[in-house]
Design a protein. Structure first.
Length: 88
């Protein structure tokens, strides 16, 4: 796994979000649940972006993401948001 640029506080918040949005308590978040997570974070991804996010981190080809994969998505989104702020 790549180095996650997340603080422990952010990881703890991600855990809370993951548990909150894993609506069916499967231990994974599917594309619909991921969309809700990102919307709660102020993001508005397209269907294609959701598919891309999952496919980039879905190590076990389950079409859903577990917590470690979820952290990778959040870290990438954080990096993307920070780089867009830097270019403003």
């Amino acid at each position: 796994m790549a180095q996650l640029n997340l603080t422990q506080e952010e990881i703890d918040a991600c855990r809370e979000s993951f548990l909150l949005f894993d609506q069916d308590r499967s231990g994974t978040i599917d594309q619909w649940e991921l969309r809700e997570v990102l919307r709660a974070m102020g993001q508005h991804p397209t269907d294609e972006e959701i598919f891309q996010m999952i496919s980039e981190v879905d190590d076990n080809a389950s079409n859903s993401i577990d917590f470690s994969e979820f952290l990778q998505v959040i870290a990438k989104q954080k990096e993307k948001a920070e780089s867009s702020e830097d270019s403003d």
